[in-house]
Design a protein around this ligand. Structure first.
Ligand code: TYM
Length: 331
């Protein structure tokens, strides 16, 4: 049996990128493995949320995890800040994490460019916190989207370094996981790249969006006057629409619009209408469960307590062993 771990930063609602890049695999993985899925609230502090925003966002991700089908009986679903052991392991890992390697991480460079007024130490050491999240449960499989690949590579580096330093084969070396297939990158609607909550307005479709909002966002997606030659290569922003369609529409629908494109007969309005309706068919049941669960705070706190207890037990065991290995001993 594999030990699976993955998480999401609570900085906004879950979008289709989170779902198809990561959560969908969480749901499949929980059937046969020992799974830990958590809400990465320590991580979200790098962007300085207000206390009310922080709590609201954590609750929202918990609701949305459950609404998509994560089962608290099958998996351990918990909130990162309920496990201070993670912060302790993060501290240990930071002692062997080097400026040069941390500064080279692409997400750090991106963030530093986007928020030059707030390049804090938490941003720089994000990979060691993420490594602590993963190895605290000795996880070996990590279902994530393509954008997290480099962070996983850093986790392997830190785990190997610890093992080498203490001459112990202690931490397993984890790998990103997507059922043997390529990791996924779900594109956004604005034609600029990946779907993300911190990208521009209208780039992401959220699982909690109502049908009117979804139609509006999809109809506004960037297109052009259409191809002028048969079988012309698609520009990225058109290719993105096809990629989204492949996630939610039938293969027949995708093939139809592809053929229309190749014959220069495509009507983007029709394609977007189809895409919006297929997204709605997919998100609507999830949205209904989001509404139901949001009104059930007792259930949410029961899930959070149960998850914290199970996760705590596993984290405690690892941190006790780590303390012993490093040389912290009781007098
Ligand atoms: P976050 O919160 O940005 O995203 C959560 C998950 O969703 C995936 N994802 C996508 N996948 C495909 N296409 C997209 N457009 C897209 N947008 C987001 C991400 O790859 C991720 O799997 N650092 C992590 C959170 C984290 C974590 C961990 C993950 C903290 N500790 C330990 C795994 C293990 C992050 O910021 O994800």
């Amino acid at each position: 049996m594999e030990i699976v771990l993955s998480g999401i930063r609570p900085t906004g609602n879950l979008h289709l990128g989170n779902y198809f890049g990561a959560v969908k695999n969480f749901i499949k993985m929980q059937e046969e493995n020992k799974c830990f899925f958590f809400i990465a609230d320590y991580h979200s502090l790098t962007t300085h949320p207000t206390p009310a925003d922080l709590h609201g966002n954590v609750k929202q991700v918990l609701v949305e995890y459950l609404a998509t089908g994560l089962d608290p009986e099958k998996s351990t679903i918990y909130i990162q800040s309920d496990l201070p052991e993670i912060a302790e392991l993060y501290l240990f890992l930071n002692m062997n994490a080097y400026m040069g390697e941390l500064e080279r991480v692409t997400t750090f460079k991106d963030k530093a460019r986007k928020q030059p007024e707030n390049i804090n130490a938490g941003l720089l050491t994000y990979p060691s916190l993420m490594a602590a999240d993963i190895i605290i449960h000795k996880a070996n499989k990590v279902p994530v989207g393509k954008d997290q690949e480099q962070h996983l590579e850093m986790t392997r580096t830190f785990a190997r370094r610890f093992n080498r330093m203490y001459k112990e084969d202690f931490f397993p070396i984890p790998t990103a996981y997507n059922f043997g297939e390529e990791l996924v990158k779900v594109p956004g609607l604005d034609g600029t790249g990946k779907m993300g909550k911190s990208e521009g307005e209208g780039n992401a479709v959220f699982l909690a969006d109502d049908p009117t909002t979804i139609r509006k966002k999809v109809m506004r997606a960037l297109t052009d006057a259409g191809p002028t030659e048969p079988n012309q290569q698609k520009p990225d922003y058109i290719d993105n629409l096809f990629s989204l369609m492949k996630l939610v529409s039938t293969p027949d629908a995708v093939a139809f619009f592809d053929e229309q494109y190749n014959k220069c007969a495509i009507r983007y309005g029709d394609m977007k209408k189809q895409l919006a309706e297929d997204i709605i068919v997919f998100t609507e049941p999830v949205r209904q469960r989001i509404i139901e669960l949001s009104g059930n705070p007792e259930y949410l706190s029961k899930v959070a307590r149960m998850g914290a207890e199970k996760a705590h037990e596993s984290a405690r065991k690892t941190i006790n062993e780590v303390r012993e290995i490093i040389g912290f001993r009781a007098f």
